[in-house]
Design a protein. Structure first.
Length: 288
């Protein structure tokens, strides 16, 4: 199918982009990588009056390390993230997650900001944002505001951004020294969206656990932080019994839907299996 008729604009600054969004009064869509938006347009599931293309705004593409965090311009390509030495050293969980994203042509065009703003609950980047307690910077008619990951996602494909705001930056805290990480995912085929994925970070101290972070993709309308499972590890350590208990608790914390890909019960089962697998692999990374 072909998309419904729309106006096309390619601003060269964020200010111009915001002016255009305001002109259409919420009836315009922002085009970043386009890997999710274009199929919606072609199937006429989205019929905006205009597209505001951010690809000609060079100031929105960068990776910077500053003040203990790594900041990404919203238009930074996933392929750039995948091979960034800063990402490899400071937020390697994001680098690992990127390798699960679709296929090479999509990672070449897809952007970190576009993936997070699209808010598909089965996508890898929202899960990493939740696991690492990141935040995003958005800009709109009222100026700039910072939104924590826990407050950003509202339901399927929906964030708290208004139609006249643009996500301009993604911020992730640098992972602690000695951290282990893993992203475990199950999908029907390589490159498909996750039926379930688990993003994991642990910071061991011998058999104790200083920090544990677990977040899901595909286990509900938004990425879920598995805080009660983390507490088991931080209280009981990183032995086999604690890992098993955390994995069981993870399955109890999610409330997935059933669809054509998997039942809710199967998704809960996968949550437990992949949580255990992610924890074991993250420990292996931490311990060399």
């Amino acid at each position: 199918m072909k998309p419904a008729k729309f106006e096309y604009h390619a601003p060269t600054s964020v200010e111009q982009a915001l002016e255009l969004l305001g002109r259409y009064g919420g009836d315009a869509k922002v085009l970043a990588g386009g890997q999710s938006l274009m199929p919606l347009l072609n199937f006429r599931l989205s019929r905006p009056a205009a597209l505001v293309d951010l690809n000609r705004i060079p100031s929105l593409a960068y990776i910077r390390e500053e003040k203990g965090r790594v900041s990404f311009g919203a238009m930074t390509r996933q392929r750039t993230v995948e091979f960034s030495p800063v990402v490899k050293e400071r937020v390697p969980l994001l680098g690992e997650a990127t390798r699960w994203v679709a296929h090479l042509p999509i990672r070449t065009r897809g952007t970190i900001g576009g993936s997070i703003a699209h808010a598909d609950p089965s996508a890898e980047y929202p899960a990493v944002l939740r696991a690492l307690e990141g935040e995003v910077v958005v800009r709109g008619p009222g100026g700039e505001r910072v939104i924590k990951a826990k407050d950003l996602f509202q339901t399927y494909l929906t964030t708290c951004l208004t139609p006249e705001e643009i996500l301009v930056e993604v911020r992730l805290p640098a992972m602690p020294a000695g951290a282990g990480w893993a992203l475990e995912e199950f999908s029907r085929r390589h490159g498909d969206f996750a039926i379930i994925a688990i993003a994991c970070m642990v910071v061991p101290d011998g058999q104790r656990c200083k920090v544990a972070r677990l977040a899901t993709a595909g286990a509900g309308p938004v990425p879920v932080r598995l805080r009660a499972a983390e507490e088991i590890l931080e209280r009981d350590g990183l032995g086999a019994e604690a890992l098993a208990a955390a994995a069981r608790r993870a399955a109890e914390l999610v409330n997935p839907d059933s669809d054509i890909h998997a039942s809710a019960d199967y998704r809960r089962h996968l949550t437990s299996v992949l949580t255990r697998r992610a924890l074991e692999r993250a420990l292996g990374v931490a311990r060399g």
